[in-house]
Design a protein around this ligand. Structure first.
Ligand SMILES: *Cc1c(COP(=O)(O)O)cnc(C)c1O
Length: 364
């Protein structure tokens, strides 16, 4: 038997979460963002659940090719645009839409020999200060693109820095609208947090929204809200089994650095999952896990291949008991990926993207 760890991808959860995006943005078309190999889920594995999207947004040309190989004929958007002039040939061949965020990319387009003209998403830096033209430079970039025979449609996009937090999006929306109000073209402005928090009645409008993390069943605005609040379901489960048991006496310690000391007699389970599987070493004593669907807590340090769990809440557990590190447990129990992520001081995005290659992945 192989080491009993595996990840499961849940197409029904992906489809459910996509429907939540649609419910929050009923007038918009929805890009399912599948960069980073569908946030670690695997583009091919996630495709069945997300194929109801209006398009797929990603960064990497090789990932775009993989989507076309799945026979996806609909829109694909390169969120960072092309990285060198030759990429434009692949955009033509695979009919990829691409972001244009800097003058260099316009220069490349101007020199590109193409038969089918390109659809581009001109990106504004409305305050994030990562990619895009400033509001002051935006109009001139638009005019340059508009004069190119290589370009037949220009859409307008920007990205929010604080859609999940107290600063909100109003300042960026105002900058975007002021600089674009008399420009034609479709708009694409919302990530998951903006879709869920800012797009209801009276909220901001966008022709295309870009839903990433919500599709995968992690809340974009933890700790304010969890997936229950947004009615999202985990699209990835990481599960393993108990492979060892220890009965501790008061004063016994567990694992490297003896960071946990048993305050009383207790039984612990040793789980076949460690940081080499993508489980964060930073998760301290007390990080929640499910054992046979019952909420328990880790004790001691996470090591490369194992971690240890206090089995007090589940005395019947033994060798072979199922341990859910995140996702769906037995009996309908759910452990959102956001919980171990928060325990490690990070976000669900990072854990799902960092699932290690040695973990076998199956579609549930
Ligand atoms: C990753 C990304 C998104 C999706 O963000 P989520 O928070 O995962 O929804 C949207 N737009 C751009 C430009 C991105 O890079």
């Amino acid at each position: 038997m192989p080491r009993p760890i595996e990840a499961l991808i849940h197409p029904d959860a992906l489809a459910h979460n996509l429907a939540r995006a649609r419910a929050h943005a009923p007038d918009a078309r929805v890009w399912a963002v599948v960069k980073a190999d569908a946030y670690g889920h695997g583009i091919e594995r996630a495709f069945a659940g997300l194929r109801g999207a209006d398009g797929f947004a990603l960064l990497d040309l090789a990932e775009a090719e993989r989507l076309r190989a799945l026979d996806w004929r609909g829109p694909i958007l390169l969120l960072e645009g092309v990285f060198e002039p030759r990429d434009l040939e692949l955009c033509s061949r695979l009919s990829l839409w691409h972001a244009v965020h800097c003058e260099q990319q316009i220069d490349w387009l101007a020199r590109h020999k193409t038969h089918a003209p390109h659809r581009v998403f001109l990106k504004m830096n409305s305050g994030m200060n990562r990619l895009g033209f400033t509001p002051a430079a935006f109009r001139q970039a638009w005019a340059r693109l508009n004069a190119l025979p290589q370009v037949d449609e220009i859409s307008l996009m920007t990205h929010f820095s604080d859609a999940d937090g107290p600063r909100g999006i109003a300042h960026q929306v105002a900058a975007f609208q002021a600089a674009t109000q008399d420009l034609p073209g479709e708009r694409s402005i919302s990530n998951s947090a903006a879709v869920l928090r800012h797009m209801g009645p009276g909220g901001v409008a966008s022709d295309w929204v870009r839903a990433g993390i919500l599709c995968y069943g992690s809340a974009p605005d933890v700790p304010q809200h969890g997936i229950d609040h947004w009615q999202l379901q985990p699209a990835m489960t990481l599960r393993s089994q108990i492979i060892g048991l220890q009965d501790l006496q008061p004063g016994d310690t567990v694992g490297y650095g003896s960071s946990f000391t048993a305050p009383q007699a207790m039984r612990i389970g040793v789980v076949a999952c460690g940081y080499a599987d993508g489980y964060p070493r930073l998760c301290p004593t007390g990080t929640p896990v499910l054992v046979d669907g019952v909420r328990c807590r880790t004790v001691g340090r996470v090591s490369m291949d194992m971690l240890t769990v206090d089995l007090t809440p589940v005395p019947a557990a033994g060798i072979g008991s199922e341990v859910t590190l995140w996702g769906r447990g037995p009996g309908g129990a759910v452990l959102p990926i956001d919980e171990p992520a928060a325990a490690a001081g990070t976000i669900g995005y990072e854990l799902m993207c960092a699932l290690a290659r040695r973990v076998p992945v199956a579609v549930a």
